[in-house]
Design a protein around this ligand. Structure first.
Ligand code: NAD
Length: 605
């Protein structure tokens, strides 16, 4: 209880550790089973809950080094080389030495050695996940596994039933799924050919693999894969040969998970299609789903996100709450992510922060109005985002933003989604707009976005694990108006900045979206300035505009929904309301019409 208490008192979802590479510093031991010697590495306090990491193909336990180092401050982390891989010995003969039954023997021997009295939290990637599904569905491991986090590796039994159902009861969609997955499994067929895979791996493929991983999988070149790659890959071919055909032909009918499962699906996985897990609740009723925009080798490319999700899941299972608390749309995608929203005290920013909170994100509400930001954070916590908090900052103040970025990074980590939303309204003709007016609107609407992108976006890019930036522009970015020269200019600049940045950051897996709402019913109408108007006239104009926006009645929550959708779909430019969408189409196909509309005097004065 004491240990659990200590675990739970930590910041709920913050998992940040120094960027240690390799499993150096790990304690190593050998575990002997069935004539095979397994190399087992341990990090962290053995008194804490044990997390066992199982690697895939062609990998060794070092594939987990980045994830393990991030988890080791909170858990007892164990990674072992699967038989025939890394520094574990291989069975003799190889044929028949890699059956799922033997791999289960190995797993039980490892957990008996590292955590004899307490069930472990299992995490598997690729073939590590395939075999972990066997562990978590086999009767003899019951009571030894507290939870299972699976990524990119289905149960062969579930896969067998998945195929059977689609063959026996075909629909066009199911046939499409079968063909799609069939095409993605090309390498499985190759691995069943005799000798050739071994020759390829010990020859040219083994040489080219690190380069291929970096180029195709965006795996950072940081000393991974290890020197054992060629023999790992040659031995590991038997994982496929010993199991795949056998299990797919006659899958077990009782392959039900006896522990809660967290399924992490990389959406750009070249080897597995999303549809594979469609029926999974049938086999694993206590299922939490997560998705992330990444390719197959997530332990190398997304260690921060994985460590956060594993940590959250293990912590909630230990606390007796295995189900994910967030239920809103996109909870699978944003749960546990660090999301910063500027101008979160009101309107679109507030609605966006709350929508992310409902999706389970750790929300940071930033506003120059401290009380308004605190109110949003409080409401976010009430809606389930336990880690939500507020910060006061003026986005146009570079030094304040620098301090904010420094503090957030040190205390909470790198922001996963940045929403540069803070903005102010300014109406009035060009000649009524003073230099001061221009400065103010550009300082907030443009420089605020630049500071956000530069300070938080830079850290995102340096981390190298993807992310997303949303800049709230406006339909005024592409719809000229004689009444909005300064505001429109600031928003057009935000739109172009977003497009340029999107091009620059694409290679780093960071998406950039520009959101362009039309008329949205928020408090902006009561704070907007009107150049050239005295105080009395400004009050009258604000009331008038507020009434028009009120009649239009477009709620900020719908813009917030568009923001989340834009991140999930990685959309470049999102005109939100019908008037914004119409203007966007006209700007492209009939710009002359927009220019005529731009000349119309707004019926305000
Ligand atoms: P709002 O006035 O309701 O909210 C804006 C929030 O930003 C406020 O909480 C305010 O305190 C904060 N803010 C303003 N300046 C700031 C600064 N310098 N630093 C930190 N926080 C600051 O307005 P809204 O309608 O929700 O606007 C949000 C964004 O949407 C703005 O960028 C706006 O230009 C844009 N937008 C709004 C509409 C609309 O019709 N409401 C249309 C298109 C675009």
């Amino acid at each position: 209880m004491h240990r659990l208490g200590a675990l739970l008192t930590g910041s709920p979802a913050t998992v940040r550790f120094a960027g240690v590479t390799g499993l150096e510093g790990a304690r190593e031991r050998r575990v002997r089973t069935d004539g095979v010697d397994l190399c087992v590495a341990e990090l962290g306090d053995p008194g804490r809950p044990t997390v066992v990491l199982v690697h895939g193909y062609p990998d060794s336990k070092e594939v987990w080094s980045e994830v393990a180092s991030r988890l080791a401050g909170r858990f007892h982390v164990v990674a072992y080389d699967v038989r025939g891989h890394g520094r574990s010995t291989a069975p003799r003969p190889l044929r028949g030495g890699f059956t799922l039954e033997k791999l289960t023997d190995d797993f039980l021997a490892v957990v008996d050695a590292v955590s004899p009295d307490r069930p472990v939290h299992l995490v598997g990637h690729d073939w590590g996940s395939v075999q972990s599904w066997e562990f978590v569905t086999a009767g003899r491991t019951e009571g030894r596994i507290a939870s299972f986090t699976s990524m990119s590796g289905p149960s062969l039994d579930h896969f067998g039933h998945w195929i059977e159902r689609r063959v026996k009861r075909p629909t066009p969609r199911r046939v499409g799924q079968l063909l799609g997955q069939g095409a993605k499994s090309w390498y499985v067929y190759l691995l069943h050919t005799p000798v050739l895979p071994e020759l390829a791996w010990r020859g040219p493929l083994g040489t080219a693999w690190p380069r291929l991983l970096a180029r195709l999988e965006k795996v950072p070149r940081d000393g991974y894969p290890t020197a054992s790659l060629r023999s790992d890959a040659a031995h590991g071919a038997w994982l496929y040969r010993d199991n795949v055909r056998r299990r797919l032909r006659s899958p077990r009918a009782d392959a039900y998970a006896h522990a809660p499962v967290q399924l992490i699906t990389p959406l750009e996985d070249a080897f597995l299609s999303e549809g594979l897990s469609e029926d999974l609740e049938r086999w694993a009723p206590r299922l939490t789903r997560r998705t992330l925009p990444a390719r197959h080798w997530v332990p190398r490319s997304r260690p921060d996100q994985l460590a956060t999700w594993i940590s959250d899941f293990v912590t909630s299972v230990e606390a007796g709450r295995p189900e994910a608390s967030a239920t809103g749309p996109y909870a699978d995608r944003f749960g546990g992510q660090l999301v910063l929203v500027t101008g979160a005290g009101s309107g679109i920013g507030r609605a966006t922060a709350l929508a992310f909170a409902e999706a389970g994100a750790r929300v940071l509400a930033v506003d120059r109005d401290a009380e308004a930001a605190a109110r949003t954070a409080g409401e976010a916590r009430r809606r389930g985002a336990e880690g939500a908090w507020a910060e006061q900052a003026d986005v146009s103040d570079e030094q304040a933003m620098e301090k904010l970025a420094e503090r957030v990074t040190t205390e909470h980590g790198v922001v996963d989604v940045l929403v540069n939303n803070a903005g102010i309204g300014l109406g009035g003709s060009f000649f009524d707009t003073t230099t001061q007016d221009w400065k103010r609107v550009l300082d907030v609407n443009l420089w605020g976005v630049i500071h956000g992108c530069r300070l938080f976006g830079k850290r995102m890019a340096e981390r190298g694990q993807g992310g997303h930036i949303v800049n709230v522009a406006s339909a005024a970015a592409f719809q000229p108006s004689r009444a909005l020269p300064a505001y429109g200019t600031s928003k057009a600049a935000v739109l172009m900045l977003s497009e340029c940045l999107r091009a620059e950051l694409a290679e780093r897996g960071i998406g950039v979206s520009a959101i362009c709402p039309g008329f949205v019913d928020t408090a902006i109408t009561s704070t907007a300035r009107f150049a050239g108007a005295d105080a009395e006239e400004e009050r009258r104009l604000r009331r008038r505009v507020a009434r028009l926006y009120g009649v239009r009645g477009y709620p900020p929550q719908r813009v917030a929904a568009a923001v989340l959708r834009a991140v999930v779909r990685d959309e470049a430019v999102v005109p939100v309301t019908v008037e914004a969408r119409t203007a966007y189409v006209l700007a492209r196909w009939m710009p002359g019409a927009l220019r005529l509309i731009a000349r119309v005097k707004p019926p305000l004065r």
